[in-house]
Write a protein that binds this ligand. Sequence first.
Ligand code: AMP
Length: 143
Amino acid sequence: MSADCIFCSIVDGDIPARTVHETDDVLAFLDANPLARGHTLVIPKSHAQHVGDLDDGLASDLFAAVTELTPRVQAAVDADGANVGINDGEAAGQEVPHVHVHIIPRFEGDGGAPLHAVGGDRPDLSDDELDAIAADVSAALDG
Ligand code: AMP
């Protein structure tokens, strides 16, 4: 629990939300400024700012809720698909510093874009550079 976190306040019931799903560890509610009908946020109840801050059990519970909710949200609003994603860190557009997974229903012809649209200018990477990045990520996991 973080004192000035708006999503912690929702978990505590101090701020109202349109809750759609709740377990001991996870809460899902409608986004207050939806990008589409049914735009839903899924959060761990305990405060964590970044996905990397979640322990394995909570990460598993969170993703289980996302996989359960996504098709049901789509069905509820008669959507044709959904984008599921996390803005992790300010540079990625995270405004609320409490991990939350966006489930954004998508409709044929809605004028939206795929997740690929969130990136900046695409880097032009050689095979050697891609190999080096893969090695660096792999080494970071081993470290
Ligand atoms: P992000 O940019 O990923 O941090 O997104 C934060 C999301 O939280 C935005 O889509 C907001 O519309 C949403 N949001 C902020 N405050 C509330 C609230 N009190 N209830 C529901 N959604 C909220």
